[in-house]
Design a protein around this ligand. Structure first.
Ligand code: URA
Length: 286
């Protein structure tokens, strides 16, 4: 079995999906990560109703969705209806920072309650001049302990997904989250927390200048795009963040619990890669 087949199999896609738009020779040899496909959720997707709210707590919801989500999340009541404008102080503070100052500011940030129980803030990791930016929701327990995003089970699946399209952590890819501190008990992040962190993500994007952003899960999508997004209906579309194309897909923690949807995530990544290629070759609308 080839490395690529192994990776696709590890993602649960081996028999179904094949990479159609790249010859095998283009894909790098990669180590196959150990991924526990049926692992329990590692992150903050609401535990009360995983099947009804697959992409974790949304940031903005239509009123109908909001009441459904409220019902579904009655145990936590943590589904935000809207996000307040980003804190002015944060925005002003983050606006002109260079990498070192930005990292330091994030690490010492106390602008929302997430600072109270974090071990450390998790600013991001990877190539600071990457073409690809991957944005998740927020650090989980292992990320909080290690100070690096996506190092737990979901992160291993993310690594496998990236490998399957010829990318590797740290090589032309930067990984970060919509919020930089772990929500206690992995609860859903709320609107004010997203707003407090938004300037940090904005500054990271301004510094990296990625050519494409892949957003993982609904809260991150709504944080970045500031609009009411459902992953199922946003898939296959290219959004815009200040001129940078944005592709949304399922969060890997969701995929660990819903392995059948890995096929869709695989399609989304192939779509993202096509966008990157088409834009490089000047076919921006493809
Ligand atoms: N889930 C996320 O969204 N981000 C991480 O860094 C880890 C898990």
């Amino acid at each position: 079995m080839s490395v690529r087949e192994s990776i696709l199999r590890e993602m649960g896609l081996g028999p179904i999906w094949r990479l159609r738009d790249a010859p095998e020779a283009e894909l790098p040899e990669v180590e196959l990560p150990e991924v526990e496909v049926d692992a329990p959720p590692e992150h903050s997707t609401p535990k009360a109703a995983p099947s009804a709210a697959p992409d974790a707590a949304p940031r903005r919801l239509s009123s109908e969705m909001l009441s459904m989500a409220r019902e579904a999340n009655a145990a936590t009541d943590a589904t935000p209806a809207s996000v307040p404008a980003a804190s002015r102080e944060n925005t002003a503070r983050a606006g002109d920072l260079d990498w070192d100052a930005l990292t330091q500011t994030i690490q010492s940030c106390r602008d929302c309650s997430l600072c109270e129980q974090r071990t450390q803030a998790v600013p991001g990791v990877g190539d600071r001049q990457a073409d690809w930016l991957i944005v998740g929701e927020g650090p989980g327990a292992e990320e909080d302990a290690r100070g690096e995003p996506f190092v737990g089970k979901a992160g291993k699946l993310l690594d496998a997904m990236l490998s399957a399209i010829g990318l590797a952590r740290g090589e032309n890819v930067y990984l970060t989250n919509a919020v930089k501190c772990r929500p206690p008990m992995n609860r859903p992040i709320d609107a004010s927390e997203l707003a407090a962190c938004a300037p940090y993500l904005a500054r990271q994007i301004a510094l990296i200048k990625p050519r494409l952003i892949v957003v993982l899960g609904r809260p991150a999508a709504q944080a970045l795009l500031n609009t009411d997004i459902r992953i199922a209906s946003a898939r296959g579309r290219c959004f815009d963040y200040h001129g940078i194309p944005v592709v949304v897909t399922y969060h890997p923690a969701y995929l660990l619990r819903n392995p059948l949807d890995k096929a869709k995530a695989w399609e989304d990544l192939c779509f993202a890669r096509r966008q990157m290629r088409d834009r490089s070759s000047g076919n921006g609308d493809a």
